[in-house]
Write a protein that binds this ligand. Structure first.
Ligand SMILES: [Zn+2]
Length: 446
């Protein structure tokens, strides 16, 4: 390690080969070697010894709604990236909607990048959006470096981002497949939603009945059929319905180019525990029953579900009314995702290596950043989280870095305290103290 500027040492370093005591050499922001724990550190090289705290690769969260510019009172690049950093996330990919403008043209992408540039405490990339009328914009956006395209198959919640009908989906997917891009899909079928009872009001059971599993299952089946026909790459966002797992597993076995994510709230919260009127728990598709959750965990364990991302989608508190039908749908949990997932994972007998695979390695691979992110290995960016996995804390929404102190995790006691987070070899947050923003704006690797 003669050329190392910095050595990070821990008795528990999570590498692709497993957890072991190691010294990680860093030079110019890149990991240059993973060495034995007691490798001699040359004079003049800075040594950071974390003792028994775990050194893991910074998380890569590919599903975050930053809402900036345009709805910055909901969140923003400054607050979102600070919250992410505090939670051990070093890369996020921003969703194309809820900001104004949405990321649906190259010009809009330019506006978004300009707004994010001096506010990003972590690395930030962008998804594009596939709308009924922007097929001509998809290839230029791809060439401008977006990581793929998001589409809705049912209303998105904001007027400026309309959903695709099946014919429009076919057209957009054919265009995206022509340059081997990635389509990421909010898969709920609008006809099944329309046919479901739409009670409204504060009862969670009524809200759950209004977003039935078969809406997800049907939309996913249709998407799989189209992906298979076009040999296109598709990704199912925020899977909630465990009933869709057999058809996902069958499609993967059949060679369909399909990946699937789920979210911390589906893995750690249950319909049974949501109080009536508590719309901080509202998201679409909804948090379902405990038995459904058990099957999602099984699917993560066996690889049917690939990865875990936050789908952090906050709003101001006044939009979280007690009527589930009209309240803003979105769960705020960016800063808490690692601790929330780890808390439940350990209870179910999973290791931190599993959490790292679901929340860093696989998400980095999803967006093609696995040459730079997602692992502690030579050649990757020196992005890390230092975690005390057995320490606990109780969630106080007012103490989070999110812009609005509303979260479904309020009052929960979680395992896993992030002691510090590092980006390209620089400590960007420790004990609630942040450095000025050092994040880069990322583009898809051509
Ligand atoms: Zn989302």
């Amino acid at each position: 390690m003669s050329d190392a500027e910095l050595v990070l040492r821990s008795t528990r370093v999570i590498t692709p080969e497993g957890t072991r005591a190691a010294s990680v050499a860093v030079s110019a922001g890149t990991i240059t070697a993973v060495l034995p724990y007691d490798a001699p550190v040359p004079e003049g090289t800075r040594l950071e010894d974390f003792g028994d705290d775990v050194l893991l690769p910074g998380l890569v969260d590919t599903h975050v709604h930053v809402n900036d510019p345009g709805r910055t009172e909901w969140e923003g690049f400054w607050t979102a990236t600070r919250a992410a950093a505090a939670g051990g996330i070093t890369t996020l990919v921003d969703m194309p909607l809820n900001s104004l403008p949405p990321t649906t043209t190259v010009e809009n992408l330019r506006v978004k990048r300009q707004v994010a540039a001096d506010k990003a405490h972590i690395d930030v990339g962008f998804w594009g959006g596939a709308l009924p009328d922007n097929v001509k914009d998809l290839r230029p956006l791809h060439e401008a470096g977006v990581f793929g395209f998001k589409a809705f198959l049912s209303p998105s919640g904001v007027d400026e981002f309309p959903h695709l009908d099946q014919e429009q989906l076919a057209r957009s997917l054919a265009e995206i497949a022509s340059f081997d891009g990635l389509l990421i899909v909010h898969a709920e079928d609008p006809h099944h939603l329309e046919a479901a009872p739409q009670q409204g009001g504060p009862k969670y059971a009524d809200f759950l009945a209004s977003r039935p599993r078969d809406a997800e299952d049907t939309a996913i089946a249709q998407l799989i059929a189209r992906a298979k026909r076009l040999h296109a790459r598709v990704h199912v966002l925020h899977l909630s319905s465990s009933d869709a797992l057999p058809l996902i597993a069958a499609a993967k076995a059949d060679g369909v180019r399909l990946t699937v994510e789920t979210c911390p709230h589906y893995l750690t919260l249950t319909a049974e525990e949501v109080p009536d009127g508590a719309s901080e728990f509202k998201c679409c598709p909804p948090i379902r029953e405990a038995a459904n959750q058990d099957l999602l965990w099984q699917a993560l364990a066996d690889g049917t579900v690939d990865c875990v991302v936050t789908d952090h989608s906050p709003s101001t508190a006044d939009l979280k009314t007690s009527d589930f039908a009209t309240a803003w749908g979105g769960i705020s949990g960016l800063q808490l995702s690692l601790a929330a997932v780890w808390t439940e994972a350990r209870r179910r007998g999973h290791g931190l290596e599993d959490v790292v695979r679901w929340m860093s390695a696989r998400t980095a691979a999803l967006v093609g950043l696995d040459d730079r992110k997602g692992a502690i290995a030579a050649g990757r960016d020196a992005d890390f989280a230092v975690l005390a996995p057995d320490e606990t804390f109780t969630v106080d929404p007012a103490g989070l870095q999110h812009r609005n102190p509303v979260t479904a995790y309020a009052g929960k006691t979680l395992h896993g305290v992030v002691k510090s987070t590092w980006l390209r070899g620089e400590r960007i947050v420790a004990d609630g103290e942040f450095t000025p923003p050092k994040g880069h704006l990322l583009t898809r690797t051509p």
